[in-house]
Design a protein around this ligand. Structure first.
Ligand code: SF4
Length: 347
């Protein structure tokens, strides 16, 4: 799991990691691997990079991947001109390119690049779990190189940990932002200190607030992900209240819901099997959600943009929109509370 193309075997091979947020799939983002796996890798609910070791990639390796992708695009544009398609990368061009370069048949990232190009080549996601682990000056250098290589880019996004954000200075974060990184996706999970400790998140509620505020001050758009149901029956109330308190302290651009379910093979799944963690029913999770929403005092967009948000309304349809832009608060807070009431009755 994790590395799909571990070594450079040909001129069009570049590394592609396994994960990206759903919103980046929705915008057909180019996936570029800046680091491998997760430097923390201890959260008890997470199985994403469990069997993989974190490593930094060198500036040269990342730039070689950018060059490889830019070269591939240039190659297709030249071929298109030769074929009389005016430089447009259409079906004929792609077929001719694969005939000319058969290694593309087995290149894991080729389809991803074609999707990205067909969506206008506007967004890029930097993989894997925490790109801000790179030394700030190296990150700034590669970001400038990336923006220069692909001028069509309108948005550049990555995952980051609050702890890392709180450790970087405002000056460093501002330099990274100005070099071309626009949006950060941060796993908040919960704002409750006892629960943060229990799930081994490696960060406190205060550090979440500090890291998030600093990121916003540096000019980033910030998405915070929280996990409904994470505290189970034992901790649901503190989880809801303190998550809302921390989110109020940050006031991020986006608050995204990722309902908890125990992933087999993770430590939290063992707790669930042993009976020390009792899961909430879908209706009980909505009661927890109601408490969080009532306590929220933000101007964020509150989103349910993941299949895990599968609650239904009285007609058996999805309760919430799964739009990546969600519900604008405070304007749509009453609407969300109405939907929650409907959902509690319908579960
Ligand atoms: S920091 Fe993120 S990727 Fe790393 S272990 Fe925790 S949840 Fe998983």
């Amino acid at each position: 799991m994790g590395i799909m193309v571990p070594e450079k075997a040909g001129k069009y091979d570049f590394e592609v990691g396994m994960y990206r947020p759903p919103s980046e799939g929705g915008s057909s983002s180019l996936l570029l691997r800046f680091t491998r796996n997760c430097p923390w890798n201890k959260c008890t609910f997470c199985g994403m990079y469990k069997h993989e070791k974190f490593s930094l990639r060198t500036v040269e390796e990342i730039k070689a991947d950018i060059d490889s992708i830019a070269g591939l695009i240039k190659g297709m544009q030249s071929l298109s001109l030769e074929l009389g398609h005016g430089g447009q990368i259409n079906r004929d061009t792609i077929i001719a390119m694969i005939e000319k370069e058969p290694e593309l048949n087995t290149s894991q990232g080729f389809g991803m690049i074609l999707n990205w190009l067909s969506s206008g080549g506007k967004t890029v996601f930097l993989q894997d779990g925490n790109s801000l682990m790179m030394a700030s000056e190296k990150l700034v250098h590669v970001l400038k190189y990336l923006r220069n290589a692909f001028p069509s880019l309108e948005r550049c996004t990555t995952y980051a940990r609050s702890k890392t954000l709180s450790r970087k200075s405002l000056e460093e974060l501002t330099a990274i932002r100005k070099a071309g990184l626009d949006r950060l996706h941060v796993g908040l999970e919960t704002g409750d200190d006892a629960l943060l400790k229990k799930i081994r998140k490696g960060v406190s509620g205060e550090e979440h607030i500090d890291g998030g505020r600093k990121a916003i001050k540096a000019g980033f758009q910030l998405s915070e992900y929280w996990m409904p149901g994470l505290g189970g029956k034992e901790d649901w109330e503190n989880h809801a209240k303190n998550t809302a308190r921390v989110l109020n302290g940050i006031n991020p651009n986006y608050i995204r819901s990722r309902p908890f379910s125990p992933w087999p093979g993770t430590p939290i799944h063992d707790e669930y099997e042993k009976g020390t963690l009792t899961l909430l029913s879908p209706g009980e999770v909505l009661i927890e959600l109601k408490l969080l929403i009532e306590t929220l005092d933000v101007t964020s967009k509150v989103c349910f943009d993941h299949a895990g948000n599968g609650w239904v309304n009285r007609n058996g349809q999805l309760l919430f929109t799964q739009s990546y832009e969600g519900y604008k608060f405070p304007e749509e807070k009453p609407r969300v509370l109405e939907l929650i009431e409907e959902g509690i009755e319908a579960q």
